[in-house]
Ligand binder design. Structure first.
Ligand code: CMC
Length: 432
């Protein structure tokens, strides 16, 4: 703990107050304003949490100016190149990369929990056949709160671990079942001889009428994409999970809330929106017109897959994804190659444009991911569910970290009230 402080002078009263500055392992200092209201009677105002740290965390570090992302201290580039997604999920949850014995046990646990209760097939059937898979995932993940009554004590660390593992293990099964519901195909059960990503691909694409052959290129690409999407510190969905959990809520419902938040187009829904945008642009010759629209403040159009609250440099995940896209598209040459070329040209033109340069708007993780997912055969409405599968390991790790912290308090932001001042009730016959 450093002795650094900041002094705030309230000009109206002339009073000065000191506040400690906290320093983590890395990153900017943080002014501890928890006593601000008590000392000054003032709140802080920071819409969208642009300058506010909402918690302590030792899971993920981002330096947005330098384009750095690390999980538990390991650079994302190394994890993406060398690890299985299950190793990274273990790392996020427990703080260290697993040795082979720990990894084997973790994978066995994943296999043990991968099936979902058979009664949930009825739940899926209750959805309209064309429901968005994210809508089904929000509902089905939340419904798991009605199961496992023997291990739902959130004050018991063992129970917390069971719940966290169950969610990581079951989320691919849930996403694949949502896809099958959309397609009117029978649900495919997980099989233990497959690894996490391979199992998911099999549950998605195998049908009773043809044998499934796992393509190692597809499995590797998915593995990398899942690692890149696994965590990103206090983003909107993770903060949603933390806020929901701060009241002591059931963990499955907290993750369901995270899935709901992820679905928005400004967050995980952007990968779907990027593909829509590329289709709408249609041809390289139309790019300048769309760049102009993105710059026009009277036009709601934005370049989807561009910009990030934290990264003011190239998103390190986008760099890795671009390389994966090269490999996947070489293998699956087809209708998507023009789309990829269009994306690359859009990136090139935007990165030379003053508007994007001045605002430090670079491609983010979602700019190329949709193109890869499509080349692998996923329909557009499965892009955000893929993100949700990967991010579940991050969400549950934050939930575990938070529940293990004795200083955890219910989250309760304040507001700047700008509604009516006090007024008196008027009987209905006299109201305008
Ligand atoms: N196209 C055009 N202008 C943009 C864009 C964009 N994609 N992104 C930001 N800007 C402009 C914005 O209009 C503003 O301009 P000005 O200063 O003149 O008012 C400036 O850049 C700063 O933008 P902001 O909206 O204040 O930035 P933010 O931090 O609130 O929003 C963002 C970040 C990611 C929501 C935003 O960049 C955006 O909407 N991007 C497109 C959606 C997208 O790709 N989302 C995925 C994010 S990465 C994955 C994830 O988080 O799930």
């Amino acid at each position: 703990m450093s002795d650094e402080t900041v002094t705030l002078t309230v000009n109206r009263t002339g009073e000065s107050h000191e506040f400690p500055v906290l320093h983590g392992t890395e990153g900017p200092g943080t002014i501890d304003i928890s006593k601000l209201y008590g000392k000054t009677g003032l709140f802080t105002y920071d819409q969208g949490f642009v300058s506010t740290a909402s918690c302590n965390s030792s899971i993920t570090y981002i330096d947005g100016d330098e384009g750095i992302l690390r999980y538990r201290g390991y650079p994302i580039e190394q994890l993406a190149a060398k690890c299985a997604y299950t190793e990274v999920a273990y790392l996020l949850m427990y703080g260290d990369l697993p040795n082979s014995e720990q990894h084997d046990k973790f994978v066995t646990d994943m296999h043990r929990y991968a099936m979902i209760n058979e009664s949930l097939t009825n739940f899926f059937k209750g959805f309209r056949y064309d429901s968005h898979p994210m809508a089904m995932m929000v509902g089905v993940m939340g419904s798991l709160s009605a199961f496992y009554h023997d291990s739902l004590d959130i004050n018991n660390p063992e129970h917390r671990e069971f719940s966290a593992q169950r969610m990581i293990a079951k989320v691919p099964t849930i996403a694949a079942a949502a896809y099958k519901r959309n397609n009117g195909e029978p649900f495919v059960y997980p099989r233990n001889e497959y690894e996490y990503c391979g199992n998911f691909l099999r549950m998605m694409f195998s049908t009773p009428c043809c044998d499934f052959k796992l393509d190692p290129v597809a499995e590797r690409a998915l593995n990398v994409l899942f690692i890149l999407h696994a965590d990103h510190e206090q983003n909107a969905s993770t903060s949603t999970v933390r806020l929901a959990a701060s009241s002591g809520a059931n963990p499955f419902t907290c993750i369901s809330a995270g899935i709901a938040s992820l679905w928005g187009p400004a967050h995980g829904g952007a990968n779907e929106a990027v593909l829509d945008m590329l289709h709408e642009i249609g041809d390289v010759k139309n790019i300048p017109a769309y760049i102009e629209r993105a710059k026009d403040k009277d036009d709601p159009f934005r370049l989807m897959g561009f910009g990030h609250r934290v990264y003011k440099n190239y998103d390190p995940r986008a760099k890795i994804i671009r390389e994966v896209a090269d490999e996947v598209l070489e293998r699956y040459v087809g209708e998507d190659t023009p789309l990829f070329d269009l994306a690359r040209e859009l990136e090139r033109i935007a990165l030379e444009d003053d508007y994007f340069v001045e605002r430090k708007l670079y491609p983010n993780v979602d700019f190329y991911s949709g193109i890869i997912y499509r080349a692998l055969g996923f329909p557009k409405n499965m892009f955000t569910p893929l993100f949700a599968i990967a991010r579940t390991s991050g969400w549950v790790s934050h939930w575990m970290e938070m529940m293990d912290d004795p200083s955890n308090r219910i989250g309760r932001p304040r507001q700047l009230y700008d509604g009516e001042a006090e007024r008196s009730h008027v009987a209905m016959q006299y109201r305008k």
